[in-house]
Design a protein around this ligand. Structure first.
Ligand SMILES: [Zn+2]
Length: 103
């Protein structure tokens, strides 16, 4: 599957954990290859969080933000707390639906 980040289509690939580079625990991103690698077998919420983490890395690279790993992890946790809180489901759905309706 593919997802667009800042207009670039990234291929999301699930791979065996041993195929990740040394130091990468659950995922990695290559802006050069436009792919996001996720380790197979993670629970769905961990996989989603890892995807968010790698997306932040992609944005940091593309926008020359030079975020440190601790900043990426902080943003990952903060964004996940907003997206995954069940109390936020309706307001997030409303925001998304309204924003998509603008032409
Ligand atoms: Zn990272």
């Amino acid at each position: 599957m593919k997802i667009k980040i800042l207009g670039i289509k990234y291929l999301i690939k699930k791979i065996h954990k041993n195929q990740l580079d040394k130091g990468d625990v659950a995922g990695s991103v290559s802006s050069f290859d436009a792919d996001i690698l996720l380790a197979e077998g993670m629970p769905a919420d961990v996989e989603f969080s890892t995807f968010i983490h790698e997306t932040i890395h992609a944005i940091s690279t593309s926008m020359d933000l030079d975020l440190k790993e601790s900043q990426v992890m902080g943003l990952e946790c903060g964004i996940m707390s907003v997206l995954m809180d069940k109390e936020n489901t309706k307001v997030l759905t409303d925001f998304y639906t309204n924003a998509k309706s603008i032409k």
